[in-house]
Write a protein that binds this ligand. Structure first.
Ligand SMILES: [Mn+2]
Length: 346
C-alpha cells in the first residue's frame, strides 16, 4: 500500500524530472583551463585574468548552482628566445606555440566530457581553443561576442597584434589569404563562414568590414542590438546557426563586448557596448539551447583598471558571464534534487 507521503514524493520526483529534462544545464560539467598569455597584443596584465577570475569564486559559484567542475590549472607556455616580427605580425612564434598547447588541452577537456572553459589571456587564444574544440567534436557553430571582429589577416592587420586576427586563421574561406608564419603550420582552418555569428561589434577596421561582407558573415553589430533588441538577436542567432543541423556551439566572449562603464579593465575598451543585462541575456539564451560545448572568456586586464573597483567590476562581470553559460538564470534557480522541508509527523 502506498502512503500519501510516498505518493507526494513520487509526484515531486516526476515534476522534478520534467524540469530536469527541460534544463539541460543540470547535466553539464565545466572543465576549466587557465591560459595566462598576453603576447597576442602589446599590453601586460591580461595574463593575470585566469587567476583573478578563479579568485572571484568561479569554481565555488558554479558548484553552488549544481555544476560539476574540474579545474585543469594554468597552462605553462615556453619562452621563445627570439620572436622577431614577420611582416607586421608581432610575436608569431610565441602565439603559434601557445595556441598549439591550448588546442591539445581543449581536446583533452572535451574527451573528458566537459564543457570547456578557457580563461584568457588575450583573444589570440581563440585560435587554439576553437581548433582544439573542433578537433575533438567536429563541425562547430561559433558565436563571437566582441566589440571587434578580430578577423584581420596578417596582411590586413593595421597593428600586427594577433589578438585582432584569430578568426582569419580559423576560417576555411580565408585560407588562401594567410601567409605562412613560424609555429602556425599545425593550424588547419576548421570553421565555415556560414557557421559564424558576431554580436556586439562597434569597432571594425575597413579591411575587416570588407572581409565580413565578402564572406557574407552574419553580424549583429550594436546597431542591430539597438534595432532588434537582444532577445530577437539571440533568437535569430540560434535560428540561423541551427537552420540545417544543430552543431555544438563555441562561444568566444571578449569582455570588451560589454560597455566599459561595466567592464573597464580591458585592453581595447570601446564606448557604446552591451549593457550588463544584454551581456547576461546572451549567456542565458545560449545555455538553454543545450548546445554550448566550449566557452572562451578573454581580455580581462587588471592593469587597465584605474581603480580597484574598476578591476573588481570587470572580474565580477566575467564570472557572471560564465555562470550564465552554465544555467544561472536571473529569475532564480534551484537544485534538481531539492526537497522542500515538510512538518514532521508525530
Ligand atoms: Mn576580441
Amino acid at each position: 500500500m502506498r502512503s500519501a507521503r510516498t505518493l507526494r514524493q513520487l509526484v515531486l520526483t516526476v515534476s522534478k524530472r520534467s524540469l530536469h529534462h527541460h534544463h539541460h544545464h543540470h547535466e553539464r560539467s565545466a572543465g576549466i583551463i587557465g591560459a595566462p598569455f598576453s603576447k597576442g597584443q602589446r599590453r601586460g596584465g591580461v595574463e593575470k585574468g585566469p587567476d583573478l577570475i578563479r579568485a572571484a569564486g568561479l569554481r565555488e559559484k558554479l558548484q553552488a548552482q549544481g555544476c560539476a567542475v574540474k579545474d585543469y590549472g594554468n597552462l605553462t607556455f615556453e619562452e621563445v628566445a627570439s620572436d622577431e616580427p614577420v611582416g607586421r605580425v608581432k610575436c608569431p612564434r610565441a602565439v603559434g606555440s601557445a595556441n598549439q598547447r591550448l588546442s591539445e588541452a581543449v581536446q583533452a577537456v572535451k574527451k573528458d566530457g566537459h564543457t570547456s572553459v578557457m580563461l584568457g589571456g588575450d583573444h589570440s587564444l581563440a585560435i587554439g581553443s576553437i581548433h582544439g574544440h573542433s578537433a575533438a567534436v567536429g563541425e562547430l557553430s561559433v558565436v563571437w561576442v566582441d566589440a571587434h571582429a578580430d578577423i584581420n589577416t596578417p596582411l590586413t592587420s593595421p597593428t600586427g597584434n594577433i589578438h585582432g586576427q584569430p578568426m582569419s586563421y580559423l576560417l576555411r574561406e580565408l585560407h588562401s589569404k594567410i601567409p605562412a608564419l613560424p609555429n602556425f603550420s599545425w593550424i588547419k582552418p576548421c570553421v565555415s563562414a556560414r557557421d559564424l555569428v558576431y554580436i556586439g561589434l562597434r569597432d571594425v577596421d575597413p579591411e575587416e568590414h570588407y572581409i565580413l561582407k565578402l564572406l557574407g558573415v552574419k553580424v549583429f553589430s550594436m546597431s542591430e542590438v539597438d534595432r532588434l533588441g537582444v532577445a530577437r538577436v539571440m533568437e535569430e542567432t540560434c535560428d540561423y546557426l541551427s537552420a540545417k543541423v544543430k552543431k555544438p556551439i563555441h562561444l568566444s566572449y571578449d569582455i570588451d563586448a560589454i560597455d566599459p562603464s561595466v567592464t573597464p579593465a580591458t585592453g581595447t575598451p570601446v564606448v557604446g557596448g552591451l549593457t550588463y543585462r544584454e551581456g547576461m541575456y546572451i549567456t542565458e539564451h545560449l545555455s538553454q539551447t543545450g548546445l554550448l560545448s566550449a566557452v572562451d572568456l578573454v581580455e580581462v586586464n587588471p592593469l587597465r583598471g584605474r581603480t580597484e573597483e574598476e578591476v573588481q567590476s570587470t572580474v565580477r562581470t566575467a564570472v557572471d558571464v560564465l555562470l550564465g553559460c552554465f544555467g544561472r538564470l536571473r529569475e532564480g534557480n534551484h537544485p534538481a534534487d531539492y526537497l522542500m522541508p515538510e512538518p514532521g509527523r508525530a
